[in-house]
Ligand binder design. Structure first.
Ligand code: PHE
Length: 367
């Protein structure tokens, strides 16, 4: 009967040989020291501390040793593995700190950096033109009046001799506001400011009212649901059509130069009588054949509509409490967008509404 294998020499189990364990440990430590990135360290951890690493495999061999040999071998392998583990932890901490530092360098934000000169802003040319027109009339002794964009139906229509059943009421495609019984709308023209001025100001009245107006038009090159008008109203003793013509000619010359040609065309507005439409001679073809025939700007008309005007209808004066026996007046409503287009050769009204700074900047920093 053979006894237990007491003379079994653990040195003979190669992976547990002291030199072998040291060699594996040194290999692991060298690999850890050589790892220069977190990814590389991960690979090193797998290779030298993972389940299939040489030291882990050596550890498994311990069980096959005779009991008296296990303790020493266990200590040897355990010591080596713990050295490897703490080397891994130290290196991990080092590499993490380095990665963080690198991130701070890579993602640094220079809060003192300058962007060069910021591009100068500029005001919208419609605004500056509106103010220029205002200045011109103020220089003639007129006042600037304002009215709301959300307007009472009565002021937009009824006060201007456009009763509920008036056929001309549907000439202006109107945005009505809910609820209908409030009788509010987005003003379709600046003419309600005429009524507001007459109702609130002492006579005589010379007011200019520039502002935004709204109609349910589909936007295209010549239509926009939002555009700008400038309303003028003069009510005094002895005002005639001649005053209107003189004022508009002066207005036109100050906008388009001394050579500008205007013409009055008979027209109809319920709030003026007689009424006229004011046209400007087309600045591209000058209404001369043959250029006029193919002119895109005036569409072959030779003339471009600038706005409407007329002698204030006595019915409007009466609706606003003014005695038509004593006072007469004239009124006009010109398109500001058209004025800008005409002055600067702009061909598409949408350019004025889109807010592209490249369009605005072309007009300079006009303040
Ligand atoms: N309000 C008219 C329009 O928008 C223009 C106009 C104003 C006509 C004043 C006559 C008098 O078409």
């Amino acid at each position: 009967m053979s006894g237990p294998n007491t003379d079994y020499d653990p040195v003979e189990v190669t992976p547990l040989h002291a030199d072998e364990v040291d060699r594996r440990r040194d290999e692991a430590l060298a690999a850890i020291a050589a790892a220069t990135s977190l990814d590389a360290l991960k690979q090193v951890r797998l290779a030298h501390a993972g389940d299939r690493s040489p030291l882990a495999l050596a550890n498994r061999e311990i069980g096959s040793l005779p009991p008296q040999a296990r303790k020493q071998a266990g200590m040897r392998v355990g010591q080596a593995r713990s050295e490897v583990r703490s080397a891994l932890d130290r290196r991990l901490a080092e590499l993490e700190a380095a990665a963080e530092e690198q991130m701070l360098v890579d993602e640094v934000v220079d809060v003192t950096a300058t962007l060069g000169d910021p591009p100068p802003g500029s005001r919208h040319p419609l605004t500056t033109l509106q103010e220029r027109i205002g200045d011109m009339f103020v220089a003639m002794g007129w006042e600037i009046a304002e009215g709301p964009e959300v307007e009472a139906e009565w002021l937009n229509f009824d006060a201007l001799n456009l009763g509920p059943d008036h056929p001309a009421r549907s000439m202006q495609d109107t945005f009505f506001l809910d609820p209908p019984e409030a009788h509010l709308l987005l003003r379709t023209h600046t003419s309600p400011v005429q009524a507001r001025a007459l109702l609130t100001r002492p006579l005589p009245v010379y007011v200019l009212a520039p502002g935004r107006v709204f109609r349910t038009d589909e936007p295209d090159a010549t239509h926009s649901p939002v555009f700008h008008q400038v309303e003028g109203l003069a009510v005094d003793r002895g005002i005639t059509m001649a005053h209107l013509k003189g004022t508009l000619d002066h207005f036109a010359r100050s906008m388009f130069g001394a050579d500008v040609d205007t013409r009055f065309r008979p027209s109809y507005f319920p709030f003026t009588e007689p009424s006229a439409e004011v046209d400007l001679r087309c600045f591209v073809c000058l209404a001369r054949p043959p250029a006029v025939d193919s002119c895109r700007t005036c569409k072959g008309e030779g003339w471009i509509e600038w706005g409407g005007c007329g002698v204030v209808n006595p019915r409007v004066l009466i609706a606003c409490g003014v005695d038509p026996e004593e006072f007469t007046g004239f009124a006009f409503g010109m398109g500001i967008d058209r004025t800008l287009m005409f002055r600067h050769g702009i061909e598409d009204v949408r350019d004025m509404a889109e807010g592209d700074v490249r369009f605005t900047r072309a007009f300079g920093v006009d303040v």
